[in-house]
Each structure stands twice: as C-alpha cells, then as structure tokens.
Design a protein around this ligand. Structure first.
Ligand code: PRP
Length: 175
C-alpha cells in the first residue's frame, strides 16, 4: 500500500534529533532536582515524548492526557475536549507539558488553565514545533524547538486523518 498524498521532508530526522538534544539540555538544567512530572498530549506528542525522556538522566514521571481540538481534516475547532483525563494528583507538582505542535494556541491555553486549577506548583510548556503565524490565543512556550511554516505537517507523531504519525521526519503533504 502507498500513501494517497506524497509526503515531502521538511525537517529531517537528524535535525529533529539535534533539537530534541538541545531541549533536553535546557530541561535538565531547570528540573534536575524538582521531581518533574512530564505530561504528554496524546496523540501527537507520543514520539517526541519518547525521544525526549530518553535524553533525561534524572528522576521524573511521565503522564499523558488526551485532548482533541481538530475534527478529522485540517480545520481547528474553537473548543477543546478532554478525551482521556489525568488520574494523577498534580497538587504541588512541577508539571512540564510536552507537545508536538502549537498552532492556534487554543489547546495549550485550555490545558494550562486546566492544570493551574489542579494546583500544580508550576506549569511550563515544551513544544517541538511552533506554527506561530496561526496563533489566535497567546501561549508562552518555555522550551521551544523550531518555528514551522503554515503548511500541513505530518510525521514524527503528527497526523492527517490519523495517518503518517509513524514517519521519522516531519513532512509536508504535497498534492
Ligand atoms: C494537535 C497538536 C496539538 C493541537 C495544537 O493535536 O498535537 O495538541 O493540535 O493545535 P492548536 O494550537 O490549534 O490548539 P490534534 O488535536 O490534531 O490531536 P492529535 O494530537 O491526536 O493528533
């Protein structure tokens, strides 16, 4: 079986690797003694999270939350749903959100509010990519990988209609 739409490599795996290494160094500097709780947003962040945590050599915990803001297709909806919530008590914890992409900012601004209500000691955001030209809601990215263009991106966890998440590079779909 082949892909219906051809993916073109935008950010090759070697470049992603360098970015993840840099982000891990920044996170290590700030969280080594903080009993860090890393919170990945499913599904897109699963690949980035897996690579990032393996570069951190201090005690930490990993949790996931599943949010949904896109319908099937390429348009962002204005509302966010918690599809699978947290079972962990966040009170007093230092939480680092791990996200594959910030687009309109709607998902992250919702999540940061949601986590603050759960009385985490601190909430910061690590995002591998930032599609800043699409922002509708301001979001502070504490650990930022790369700024990306306003193109439909797939691979390294990013999907189109649930396909392409397994590509090792970040790609653009070409018609
Ligand atoms: C993507 C991405 C972010 C969100 C960003 O997830 O992983 O969570 O959209 O968009 P926003 O800044 O416009 O809110 P998506 O809802 O596509 O789900 P997925 O992670 O399961 O692919």
């Amino acid at each position: 079986m082949s892909y219906p739409t051809k993916p073109r490599v935008l950010i090759p795996r070697a470049e992603i690797d360098d970015v993840v290494t840099r982000l891990a160094a920044e996170i290590s500097r700030d969280y080594r003694d903080k009993n860090l709780l890393m919170l990945g947003i499913l599904k897109g962040a699963f690949v980035f999270m897996a690579d990032l945590v393996r570069r951190l050599d201090f005690p930490l915990e990993v949790e996931f939350i599943r949010l949904s803001s896109y319908s099937s297709g390429q348009q962002t909806q204005g509302s966010v749903k918690v599809v699978q919530g947290l079972r962990r008590n966040l009170k007093g914890r230092h939480v680092l959100i791990v996200e594959d992409i910030v687009d309109t900012g709607i998902t992250l601004s919702f999540l940061i509010d949601y986590l603050k209500k759960k009385k985490a000691s601190s909430v910061r955001l690590c995002a591998l990519t930032d599609k800043v030209s699409r922002r509708r809601v301001p979001v502070e990215i504490d650990y930022k990988g790369l700024t990306v263009p306003d193109k439909f991106l797939v691979g390294y966890g990013l999907d189109f209609n649930e396909q392409y998440r397994n590509l090792p590079d970040i790609c653009v779909l070409e018609d």
